[in-house]
Design a protein around this ligand. Structure first.
Ligand code: FMN
Length: 198
């Protein structure tokens, strides 16, 4: 079987993001298990706030195609996203809302066909005491039910993110690293099984 390809998505709108750091740790753990990992920051897609008039006038923006193509090329996804007022961020929801508007184009599938059945490992990070756990559960519901991805049961919410990383970007706490690795291992198991099933 060819090398497993994973996509590491950060849903942060901030330089120096804790969620970027966390998904990078997960990406390194996946690479250590032999996976190849591509990184994507949702902010780099430069998607405007969803607007039906904009869509009618100009179609779905290019950034949604970049997200579709990155998902299409991946066997599985690692995703870490911040929490705003107990909910997934507008950036996360808006990116996948635009994706859902993409219809099939030539050889390219619809946005939802690209995300459908894609194994997903979920993470979140926050400077607060709950590690964005409230939004993580909504993210699971949104990406699992509506966007049709396949979240593995394990997930990891990093609390007090401001104190959690050392200078090299590694997690200081071995228990937190083990919890993160459990998500990565589960994702790799599922993605490998689905890839080998064809
Ligand atoms: C509008 C807004 C609402 C926020 N609400 C929450 C919240 O409900 N829970 C929480 O833990 N942190 C909350 N935060 C703080 C974020 O966790 C913090 O900005 C964090 O750094 C965002 O993640 P990032 O570093 O990956 O961008 C909020 C921040 C903003 C800007």
């Amino acid at each position: 079987m060819s090398t497993l390809r994973l996509l590491a998505i950060s849903g942060s709108s901030r330089t120096g993001s804790w969620n970027r750091k966390l998904v990078d740790v997960a990406a390194r753990a996946a690479q250590a298990r032999g996976a190849q990992v591509e990184s994507l920051d949702l902010r780099s897609l430069a998607l405007p706030l969803y607007d039906a008039d904009l869509e009618k006038a100009g179609g779905v923006p290019e950034g949604a195609r970049r997200l579709r193509d990155a998902l299409r090329a991946a066997d599985g996804v690692l995703l870490s996203a911040p929490e705003y007022n107990g909910f997934p961020t507008p950036l996360l929801l808006n990116s996948f809302d635009w994706l859902s508007r993409l219809q099939p184009e030539g050889d390219a599938p619809s946005g939802l066909a690209a995300s459908s059945g894609k194994p997903l490992g979920l993470f979140s990070a926050s400077p607060g005491p709950m590690g964005a756990l409230r939004s993580l559960n909504f993210t699971r519901q949104y990406l699992g039910m509506t966007i049709a991805m396949l979240p593995v049961p394990q997930q990891f919410a990093l609390s007090k993110a401001g104190e959690a990383f050392d200078e090299s970007g590694a997690l200081k706490d071995a228990k937190q690293q083990a919890a993160l690795e459990a998500v990565v291992a589960s994702l790799i198991r599922l993605a490998t099984a689905l890839k080998s099933a064809g």
